[in-house]
Design a protein around this ligand. Sequence first.
Ligand code: SUG
Length: 416
Amino acid sequence: MTLTEINFDGIVGPSHNYAGLSLGNLAATSHKGDTSYPRAAALQGLAKMRSNMALGLPQGFLLPLPRPNPALLDRLAVDETANPALLASAWSASSMWTANAATVSPTPDTADGRCHLTPANLVTMLHRAQEWPETKRQLDIAFADTAHFAVHDAVPPSYGDEGAANHMRFCEGHAAAGVEVFVYGRPGGKFPARQHEQASRAVARLHGLDPDRCVFIEQNGEAIEAGAFHNDVVSVANERVLFTHERAFADGHGAHEAIRAAFPALEVVEVPESAVSMEEAIRSYLFNAQLLSLPDGTMALVVPLECRESARVWDWLQAMVAGNGPIRRVIPVDVRQSMANGGGPACLRLRVVADPATVDPRFMLDEAKAGAMEDVIARHWPESIGPSEIGTDALADAVTRARSALTDLLELPELG
Ligand code: SUG
C-alpha cells in the first residue's frame, strides 16, 4: 500500500453559468447575470490539473453531473411562472467544486482501517442540495473497492454539511495517523452558516474517528458575514501546517490551542489583519489555495492569479517565501471563470489519501487523457452562455451532448 494524497478536481461542466444563486458568496452574487465561458472554464481547470501533475503529484477528477436536472425541474413543476432561480438551479454546474463533494477520512484515521467518504448534503442551497445522490454514484464507482473504501449516504437534513471545505487534517505525513478538524458556523447572522456542528459530529462518528483525535471549532461569524461562506476561504491545512487568517475562527488562540492539544507538532502560519484584511483575503482568495507536499518534501501554495494582483497579498506571499517557514513556493494559476462564482483552486479539488492502485483508473488523469479531454471540451463545451440562454432547448441539447462526449471518451457508460 502506497498511501498518497490524490487531488480529485471537478471537471467544469458545459452548463457553467453565473446565476447568482449563493447568498453569502459575494463573488457569485456580484457576477449574477454575467455571460459565462464554459469552454475556457473547463480548460482553465485542466491546466491547473496539468500544472499539479507536472510537480510530480497524482491527479484524479470527477465528472460534471447531468444538467439540466430533469428530476428537479419536474419535482418543482418549474414552468414560465416559476421563480427564475428555480430554473437556474437545475442548470447549475456547481458540482465542479469538489471540495464540497464529500468529507474524506483516510485509512490511518478510521477504526476499520478503510478510507471513509461521506457526500455532503449541501442542504442550504437548492442548486447544491440536488448534487449528492449523483455525486455518491460517482464515488461508488471511483472507490468501489470495499476492502479499502466505505462510501456513506449524506447526513440527513436539516443539518447542513458542506464536506471537505470545512474539514482539515493534520498529520506528520499523509500516510500517518491524522487529527481531523471540523469547522462549523453558528446560525443567526446575515448570511447562512452552511456547516452545522451536528453534521460535522455525525460525519466523525460515521467515519469511526477516535474522539481524542477530532477537534470541533467554531468559525468566526464575522468571517461568514465578510463572505467566507466556507472555512476554506480563510484557512487551509497540510500535514503539520495551518495557513490561516487571524480572524478565521471565533476564538483564534483557543482554536490553535485545541488543535495543538491533539496534534503537538502543529505549525501555524497566520496572516494578521494588519497585513491583509479579511476583506482583501476573501477578494483575492489567498487562503483558497492548494497547500501541497511536493516530492522533495517541501510545500507549495497554489493560489489564484488574483493574489498576484493584490499588492498587499503578493507582498505578504513574497515575504513568506523569503523567510524560512514551511511554505517554500507560491504558484499562481488562472481559474478566473470559477473564481467569479466564488471557487478558487482549493474549491475545485477533493483530497483523498489513498493508494492510487485502489482507485478506478477511469477517474485518474495522465497527460494523454488530459489532452483527449481538452479536445472533447474544445469541440463540445459551449463557448459562452448568456443569461437568456438558460432554459432553452438548444442549450439543453448542447450541454447534454457535451457531457455524453466526455462519458464516452472516459468509457464511463454507467454515468452517461
Ligand atoms: O457553493 N458557488 C459555490 C462555490 C463553492 C466554493 N467551494 C468552496 N469554498 N469549497 C457555492 O457557493 C455559485 C453558483 C451560482 O450562483 O450559480 C456557487 O454555487
